[in-house]
Design a protein around this ligand. Structure first.
Ligand SMILES: Cc1cc2nc3c(=O)[nH]c(=O)nc-3n(C[C@H](O)[C@H](O)[C@H](O)COP(=O)(O)O)c2cc1C
Length: 218
């Protein structure tokens, strides 16, 4: 504990204050984000503002990734012109419903995430970058694990700002790479419609495993 610096001490004071103020998500919050939330397949004609997209990102970005590597990259398609670029790339059952969404987010994972190492981990410059350069087989699993975690946090952030999400992986990802991430090392993960969901488009709730079926306390 001797290597704690002033900034670590300030962070510890901040988290103590946060925990004094709030210690859990109330029942309404749990319903909004987890138990009551649904995946939507159709959208009301309510606009999503750029401010709301920033709000979603600003919530998502605070959630954790390994070594703080933050590999997700996002394109928000908000105009008909931008959405039309995605249209032919979507698999048929997803096409029509996605094109009607106020906003479509495309999630990509940057396979060169480690080049930002010194920004994301200034206390350990070069450590993750060197590890990835020496073990290139680690890049794909790190990008996929952490980019997918960030995309999952994103869905919860959409719900937290009072909007709804429709995630979809049914698309031609290689083609999406060409159209949206050309000239980069970013690879498409999945897409997510964002808006005020139309309740008429929600399907029956599918079952989930109960705790005892998949969890073991040892
Ligand atoms: C990563 C991911 C990919 C998905 N891909 C598709 C898809 O291609 N097409 C589709 O109709 N639904 C897709 N879904 C929606 C899921 O089927 C849906 O979220 C799940 O059944 C849970 O529904 P619920 O949130 O209403 O309980 C996807 C969901 C996720 C998280």
């Amino acid at each position: 504990m001797d290597d704690k610096d002033k900034v670590d001490i300030e962070a510890q004071e901040t988290i103590r204050k946060v925990r004094d103020e709030i210690s859990l998500l109330d029942a309404a919050g749990r319903q909004l984000i987890f138990t009551g939330a649904r995946t939507f397949n159709g959208w009301l004609e309510e606009k999503v503002s750029n401010e709301q997209l920033r709000e979603i990102y600003d919530l998502m970005k605070m959630c954790p990734t390994s070594g703080n590597c933050c590999p997700i990259r996002i394109k928000f398609l908000t105009t008909d012109e931008a959405k039309q670029k995605l249209e032919p790339i979507l698999n048929e059952p997803n096409r029509a419903k996605t094109m009607l969404a106020p906003v479509i987010a495309i999630f990509g994972n940057d396979h060169k995430f480690f080049e930002h190492n010194d920004f994301f981990a200034p206390h350990r410059p070069g450590v993750i970058r060197n590890r990835m350069e020496e073990n290139p087989d680690l890049v794909l699993p790190w990008a996929n694990l952490n980019g997918t975690l960030q995309a999952a946090y994103f869905i919860l952030a959409v719900r937290a700002v009072g909007l709804d999400a429709g995630p979809m992986q049914g698309l031609n990802k290689a083609k999406a790479d060409e159209v949206f991430w050309s000239g980069t090392d970013i690879k498409t993960n999945f897409v997510c419609s964002i808006g005020r969901g139309d309740e008429d488009t929600v399907f029956k709730r599918l079952p989930r495993f109960e705790f005892n079926e998949v969890c073991e306390i040892i």
